[in-house]
Design a protein around this ligand. Structure first.
Ligand SMILES: [Mg+2]
Length: 340
């Protein structure tokens, strides 16, 4: 089998700002896994916070490509296991290849991936639409220009409650908030009571990733469920989050793809924790992989394609009515030819 790499620059519709980062373009890498007849696709974006570049992803994928030259493919999980030593420092590249392997595998079986897993699409959660940090006026405008059922509001400013109050005046939609490590213990507990009055569903990662003591206190006194994101990177973190968070937000690129995500979902369920899967501002390639997992989870954040103006692929489609799967096997992805 062969690996081919395709680079793209995704353009964000709005300059995107969260508590620790901001950007208006997002470089992304599409990995194609091919046996010469069938190609599977997966995606990983570059990420300064995690030190992920095109160069270091290409480097490990070249090593993986050497192993795959005369590899006898059986399952994506086996491939993940056989290559895990190559990828130990680069979960993003590992994720892109793992997604491609699932796409390839389901196409070989002649089914969409959710059918390979016997999932029922009728009960899957709908994605939220993210509103990045901006002036209150601009955040209200972003909400008004995108009528939606569930919004994820990025917080971590000196006037967070004012932001949510202003947005609440314009919609009865479900709200969830993400402080991206921007708050302290008392602030989180205080905000949880204020935000509950504003019909917020949960708070994502209020405090720094390693503040486990603080999280324990928040867990005991919060008025709203708390979901881990930056505190839940890899498989071993799920157990650590138990008793500190009510649920976890799994990012495929941070944990290394679909294979470990399936194990993390299972572990969280055993611990009776809520499960969310989130995206990293990727195209329809990566979010299609998330969509196939969605019937297994409680909440999904896969609005990447809605936030970019130059999606590079046709895949799972998102609208206010819900999620539409294309009538194609695998992940259902087709790279748009003019960009390929
Ligand atoms: Mg988050």
């Amino acid at each position: 089998m062969d690996i081919y790499l395709h680079r793209y620059l995704l353009k964000l519709k709005h300059h995107f700002k969260i508590a620790r980062d901001e950007r208006s373009v997002q470089p992304t890498l599409i990995v194609e896994l091919s046996d010469g007849q069938i190609s599977g696709y997966g995606e990983a974006t570059t990420n300064t916070y995690y030190g992920i570049t095109y160069e270091n992803m290409s480097e490990v994928l070249a090593k993986a490509g050497d192993t795959l030259k005369d590899y006898s493919f059986s399952t994506p999980a086996q491939l993940w296991e056989d290559l895990k030593d190559i990828f130990h420092s680069n979960s993003f590249a590992q994720c892109a290849l793992d997604e491609a392997a699932y796409d390839y595998y389901a196409q070989k079986l002649g089914k969409p991936l959710y059918q390979v897993w016997n999932l029922d699409l009728s009960t899957m959660p709908q994605t939220n639409y993210t509103i990045g940090i901006d002036t209150i006026e601009n955040m209200v405008n972003k909400l008004k220009e995108m009528p939606w059922n569930i919004y994820k509001i990025k917080l971590g400013t000196p006037h967070d409650i004012e932001i949510v109050k202003a947005l609440r005046k314009h919609t009865q939609a479900r709200f969830r908030v993400d402080a991206n490590c921007g708050w302290g213990v008392e602030e989180t507990i205080r905000n949880s009571y204020e935000l509950r009055k504003l019909d917020v569903e949960f708070i994502e990662q209020p405090m720094k990733a390693d503040n486990w003591e603080g999280m324990k206190e928040v867990y005991q006194h919060t008025a709203l469920p708390i979901i881990a994101d930056e505190s839940c990177i890899r498989e071993s973190d799920v157990e650590k989050c138990f008793g500190h968070f009510h649920g976890i937000n799994i990012k495929l690129m941070k944990c290394g793809g679909i294979t470990p995500t399936l194990r993390m979902i299972q572990k969280a369920r055993q611990l009776q924790m809520k499960v969310m899967v989130g995206c990293m501002t990727e195209s329809s390639v990566g979010t299609s992989a998330i969509a196939h997992l969605a019937p297994m989870i409680d909440y999904v954040d896969m609005d990447g394609p809605l936030l970019i103006s130059n999606d590079i692929a046709d895949g799972v489609k998102l609208s206010i009515e819900g999620t539409a799967f294309p009538p194609r096997n695998g992940l259902g992805i087709v790279l748009l030819p003019n960009l390929h």
